[in-house]
Design a protein around this ligand. Structure first.
Ligand code: FAD
Length: 451
């Protein structure tokens, strides 16, 4: 079997369906390949929180309906960072939805199919075809183990955290595209959707509760998913002393402190991996774009990757149209995609990683200390907060409150400095690939300062 398309999209999660709709809106001939059965597409283990702003922006760009009806389980109003002491917390406005991933994903898939996207479901992409230093297609395997080849002008890898295309290209093809994962690039998670015996009082909240027994990033989440329902879970980087720890056991131990197993029924319990590094500094190679989890587009602090995946898919489809019109598929021709990603959500997510590293470094005990002593306050984490009001007097007050743990202030100060410098560096994201190596060296140097 050999077929030719304008664009092959690997994976029909949010990044893939969005890329497919974006391509078809641009009248490209597109095939969407997913290893899942059509009816199961969109059903993914997830915290299910999505920002209203991002989902609406993506819907407007793609010309599809906003999440609605049974696709929404509950509304989200705030993100709460909390330690074991309930009163000491930081609550940030976070307007959004708790969505039913499966129903929302199925509707977007249906939208794509009705507009003319071809779907190959139950079809696994097993490797990438490269000819003359350009990605030209993929090798697929069907359910009955038949192998085939698909060819296209452009491939968009939306295959989630494993990044099947990204990881099967020859590294020399694109020296700046990370081709392999390291263990510290993602967290292994376990999450449950539970129904409590009685109503909870967490309406509108998505809570990250920092616990000293949970390895870094160090929290269990409780997302209100309806008046009795909660989406709860935890995850951590499985390396070093945590390599052999069971995520499920860590979750059950943490969970038992808040909800006795007899007070709820588990509706769904599953594991999954969340990318937690900053977005790939470049997500293009000749003939290839990478979007969503495959390009580490999720927010490293909250794991919010659904909205970014929708946006990345849209931009991938726009760039696909541009390069196909010009019949040019070099890194240089595709470079505008990187600039879209970083000016849209990428630089925020990259800075979110800085906050995650700091929270990991502090640990639950120190975070509790900083919140109790009011060294870190809610207003600090808003855009007008700690970054702007970093006066000497302010630091002095914080230092006094911080005694005897004055070292913590050094960590906070370093976080602020690195975060500012990273923001400035994103304003200078290279316009073309030739200055990219220099830029990467600078940004990686900044992240190294956090260690
Ligand atoms: C425990 C957990 C909690 C999370 N909580 C949240 C949250 O609250 N909010 C939020 O916004 N995000 C959350 N996320 C992240 C979010 O789920 C992802 O960022 C999002 O799904 C990324 O979309 P994607 O399209 O890139 O990848 P995916 O949704 O993973 O889709 C990838 C698709 O590719 C297909 N595929 C994979 N390999 C192949 C192959 N070889 N051949 C063919 N098809 C293939 C898969 O079947 C799948 O359909 C969470 C993730 C996890 C694991």
């Amino acid at each position: 079997m050999k077929s030719h398309f304008d664009v092959i999209i690997v994976g029909a999660g949010p990044a893939g369906v969005s890329a497919a709709i974006s391509c078809i809106n641009n009248e490209l001939k597109v095939v969407l390949v997913d290893s899942k059965k059509k009816e199961k597409i969109g059903d993914k283990v997830c915290g299910e929180a999505i920002s209203k702003e991002t989902s609406h922006t993506a819907s407007d760009l793609l010309k599809v309906q906003y999440p609605h009806g049974e696709e929404i389980n509950a509304n989200v109003k705030e993100l709460v960072l909390q330690t074991a002491i309930d009163e000491d917390h930081i609550a940030l406005p976070a307007i959004g939805y708790m969505v039913n991933r499966h129903k929302y994903g199925q509707r977007l898939l249906q939208d794509a199919l009705e507009r003319g996207v071809k779907l190959l479901d139950q079809t696994k992409v097993i490797r990438t075809i490269i000819k003359e230093k350009k990605v030209t297609g993929v090798v697929i395997k069907t359910l009955n183990k038949e192998e085939g080849e698909l060819y296209s002008k452009l491939v968009i890898d939306c295959s989630g955290v494993r990044g099947v295309v990204r990881t099967t290209i020859d590294e020399s093809l694109e020296p700046f595209l990370y081709t392999k994962l390291t263990k510290s690039d993602y967290a292994s998670c376990y999450r449950e959707i539970i129904e409590l015996n009685k109503e909870h009082d967490l309406d509108g909240k998505i809570i990250l509760k920092y616990e000293k027994d949970i390895p870094a990033p160090g929290y269990i989440w409780f997302f209100a998913d309806g008046c009795k329902r909660l989406n709860c879970g935890t995850g951590f980087i499985k390396e070093g002393i945590n390599k052999d720890k069971s995520v499920k056991s860590v979750y059950f131990n943490a969970m038992a402190k808040y909800y006795h197993p007899e007070t709820y029924t588990v509706l769904d319990g599953r594991g999954g991996n969340v990318p937690i590094r900053p977005p790939l500094w470049s997500a293009v190679a000749p003939g290839l774009l990478v979007a969503g989890d495959a390009a580490f587009h999720a927010d490293p602090l909250t794991a919010e990757g659904h909205g970014p995946a929708l946006l990345a898919g849209y931009y991938a489809g726009q760039i696909a149209k541009e390069v196909i019109d010009r019949n040019e598929y070099s890194t240089q021709a595709l470079w505008g995609y990187n600039r879209h990603i970083f000016s849209s959500f990428g630089s925020d997510n990259a800075r979110s990683r800085i906050l995650t590293i700091t929270l990991e470094k502090l640990g639950a005990d120190n975070l509790e200390f900083l919140l109790t002593r009011k060294v870190i306050k809610q207003a600090d984490l808003t855009s007008e907060g700690i970054l702007k009001k970093n006066s000497l007097f302010n630091l002095l007050i914080r230092a006094i409150r911080c005694l005897p743990k004055i070292g913590l202030l050094v960590i906070i100060k370093r976080t602020i400095d690195v975060s500012k410098a990273v923001a400035e560096l994103f304003d200078e994201y290279p316009e073309t690939p030739d200055k990219f190596g220099e830029w990467v060296a600078k940004i990686e140097n900044l992240y190294a300062k956090l260690n």
